[in-house]
Design a protein around this ligand. Structure first.
Ligand code: DHB
Ligand code: FE
Length: 279
């Protein structure tokens, strides 16, 4: 059977993609940010996941005001990088796992989650930057990736409670797939950030740190935090952090933190990154 073995959470700041693409990760300015991913890169090269279920939010690249699914899953064979205004990033296409993706759709609908099925989709920095942070610049990504897209851009966005429950449903879905697969679940976005408006640049280190501290054992408590608190305390885009709860739900009760990295500022945001293993 397939098994969820581990997961990571990470911010997906687009500037970091640009830094990778232009080979500036080892400069004095950027090495303190990228050094926090050295552990992860070595670890994941040994873990060799077959599939990553990568939870992210689209930033008006594949979806716009015409169509806004709350939760969507990529069931295609392949997903190209999106052109976000400066041409597509020079990264490989993402190769999906249609059989597992369709199985997940079937399994979670039986658990009362109705995912929007997407068969053609370009993936933006929300998905490609985390891949670059953990895998560098390979000719092909070393595993299959199932994109799970969450609307955190247009309100109303889903609650932490709903995200945690979706994560738990994803775990059951994976563990009922009849093929031996090593599956990781990643949650991306966050932490504190607001990109425009009077509060642009808000960073709430205390709030972010408390979230990181409670993520391992007190995640049910974190799931009660309303969207309005993320926005008030960490900025409008800080609410992306809610997606980490999907990863946490998917890793089960006995998940353990094995690595943490928090760096401020990156662009004008707070970068958070965790690596977790689970039974
Ligand atoms: C930025 C954009 C993001 O989507 C994000 O999550 C963090 C930072 C930015 O433009 O700086
Ligand atoms: Fe974002």
């Amino acid at each position: 059977m397939a098994k969820v073995t581990a997961g990571i959470t990470t911010s997906h700041v687009p500037l970091l993609g640009r830094i990778v693409d232009t080979k500036q990760t080892q400069t004095e300015e950027w090495s303190p940010v990228f050094s926090g991913y050295e552990f992860t890169k070595k670890w994941i090269a040994e873990e060799k996941p077959d599939v990553v279920i990568l939870v992210y939010n689209d930033h008006a690249s594949a979806f716009d005001m015409k169509l806004i699914p709350t939760f969507a899953i990529g069931c295609a064979e392949e997903f190209p990088p999106a052109d976000e205004g400066f041409g597509a990033r020079p990264v490989p296409n993402v190769i999906g796992h249609p059989d597992l993706a369709w199985h997940i759709v079937q399994s979670v609908i039986e658990q009362d989650f109705d995912l929007t099925i997407v068969n053609e989709m370009a993936v933006d920095h929300g998905l490609t930057v985390p891949l670059s942070m953990c895998f560098g610049q390979p000719d092909a990504w070393p595993c299959k990736v199932i994109p799970v897209m969450v609307n955190t851009v247009v309100y109303p966005a889903p609650s932490g409670r709903r995200c945690l429950a979706l994560g738990k449903a994803l775990r059951k879905a994976v563990e009922s797939f009849d093929e031996n697969l090593n599956v990781q679940v990643w949650g991306t976005g966050g932490m504190s950030h607001q990109l425009i408006g009077e509060r642009a640049g808000i960073i709430n280190r205390e709030w972010d740190t408390r979230f990181l501290d409670k993520f391992e054992k007190d995640y049910e408590e974190l799931a009660q935090i309303p969207q309005s608190e993320y926005i008030r305390e960490t900025g409008t885009e800080g609410s992306e952090t809610v997606m980490w709860l999907i990863m946490r739900g998917a890793l089960g009760e006995n998940a353990r933190e094995i690595h943490r990295h928090y760096h401020i500022p990156v662009s004008n945001t707070a970068l958070g990154h965790l690596v977790y293993t689970c039974d």
